[in-house]
Design a protein around this ligand. Structure first.
Ligand code: PLP
Length: 451
């Protein structure tokens, strides 16, 4: 007789197309069905316990069974389970969250526009920026600058900003006027004999040359994750972001910080841009805003953008953009409670305090035979596995060793994310020093068993 998990697995294979999954391999192997969560742990349908070393999808700050979020959702479901924010309608949770985000954001970013996912968020950023430039009569100023290996989502516009080749392949992306500049990852992009300073200078020259070639009057914005996540946890060199900011300011190019992973404490600061030393005009936030208990994203933008957009909406008669679920009352109520928990428990400070044991513990694996580079900031990190440490040569079949490590990690009770042959970690912000030590112990076992 089939067990419940087997019948669920059969139904899953029969009916669900899974994101970022090889569908034919999935038909053979089936899903890992997660049944319930507790703190930093999740349990699969056989009862096996795992440390969720990726906080889900880089997103569950407060752990997997926070009762206050369940209560906040239930209370709001009972009071007003749905209302919208079109046509001057509003509701208290969306108003209070907007006020809170403006208070938390860098000075001058006082305006909020909601949607339900990071992808929709960055899609909306493109529309907002185009609308802004059209409002100012700058109809040619439309191109976006992004970076290779960036992940900004998968919709037509956000997927175009994404700079990961496999995310474009056979989806006919990019469709936007977007220029992907070299990703600021010295280990992979630095050339033989080049110092990190020379590498940074080369990237900044590439930015300046691109602006000169295309014309600043055709470039609307530079978008970037302060520290890149899905591309493999790629940390830019010191001084990179400050200089990018200076060049963009000089050329009247808006700076968009994609804080979808970095935001709400991941790097040990409330937002990643502060840690990386720059101030954006626009931020996209999502994931840890609700600990992903409810789908929600927000675009937080400057007074200057607001003024032009407000004028134009008045001229046209409406700001004709919005989603049925934008600013959903339950999602925004959950976000307010989640942010309250992050503040009360000082989870941003916790990430800052645990950065040293977490990052230095992982760097202690640098000598292991398969390890090419260990990198990260705050509570996000990655260990890149290579075929040859000296030459940095990759494995002949990309991702195969990463998958082996991923399977071993599951056996050892740790969920990590294999990005090709790079093993990413991004634990919930509620981790303790003892939890970090346990993650490091298991990582050591995983690396030894994979070798
Ligand atoms: N931006 C960044 C930096 C992300 O990491 C992600 C998702 O991982 C997105 C945007 C897209 O968010 P979503 O999956 O909610 O559409």
């Amino acid at each position: 007789m089939m067990t419940l998990s087997n019948s669920l697995a059969h139904a899953d294979v029969a009916h669900q197309l899974h994101p970022f999954t090889d569908a034919r391999a999935f038909e053979q192997n089936g899903p890992l069905i997660i049944d319930h969560g507790q703190g930093i742990h999740v349990f699969d349908s056989t009862g096996k316990k795992y440390i969720e070393g990726m906080a889900g999808l880089w997103s569950v700050a407060v752990g997997f069974n926070e009762p206050r979020l369940a209560e906040a959702a239930y209370k709001q479901f009972q009071k007003l389970p749905y209302y919208h924010t079109f046509s001057a309608k509003s509701h208290e949770p969306s108003i209070k969250l907007s006020e809170k985000l403006a208070e938390m954001a860098p000075e001058g970013l006082n305006h909020v526009l909601y949607c339900s996912s990071g992808s929709e968020g960055n899609d909306t950023v493109v529309k907002l920026v185009w609308y802004y430039n059209n409002a100012l009569g700058r109809r040619e100023k439309k191109k976006f600058l992004a970076r290779t290996n960036a992940y900004h989502g998968i919709t037509m516009a956000s997927g175009s900003l994404t700079g990961i080749a496999v995310d474009h392949k056979d989806f006919d992306l990019p469709i936007l006027p977007v220029i992907h500049l070299t990703c600021p990852h010295f280990y992979r992009e630095g050339t033989a004999g080049e110092t990190e300073e020379q590498f940074t200078a080369r990237l900044l020259k590439e930015l300046e040359d691109t602006i000169a070639r295309e014309g600043a009057d055709t470039i609307a914005a530079f978008i970037g994750e302060p520290v890149m996540g899905a591309g493999g946890v790629l940390v830019p060199p010191k001084g990179y972001w400050e200089s990018v900011e200076a060049i963009c300011r000089k050329n009247d190019i808006l700076i968009v910080a994609d804080e979808v992973i970095n935001g709400f404490g991941r790097l040990g600061t409330t937002f990643g841009a502060a840690k990386m030393g720059f101030t954006p005009d626009i931020m996209t936030v999502s994931k840890q805003i609700t600990s992903s208990y409810m789908p929600l994203a927000a675009i937080v933008f400057s007074d200057a953008i607001y003024e032009a957009v407000a004028d134009n909406s008045h001229k046209i008669g409406a700001f004709a953009h919005g989603f049925t679920a934008a600013g959903h009352p339950v999602a925004t109520a959950v976000a307010l409670e989640n942010i309250a928990i992050i503040e009360e428990r000082d989870l941003v400070g916790n990430a800052a305090r645990l950065e040293a044991p977490f990052q230095s513990g992982l760097r202690a694996f640098a000598d292991k035979p398969l390890v090419g580079e260990v990198r990260g900031v705050g509570l996000m990190a990655a260990v890149e596995l290579v075929a040859d440490k000296a030459t940095k040569a990759k494995f002949s079949k990309s991702g195969q060793v990463g998958q082996i490590a991923n399977r071993i990690a599951h056996e050892e009770g740790l969920i990590l994310r294999a990005i090709g042959d790079t093993l990413a970690l991004c634990p919930p912000l509620i981790v303790t020093e003892a939890d970090v030590a346990e993650i490091l112990r298991i990582m050591g076992v995983v690396l030894d068993r994979t070798a």
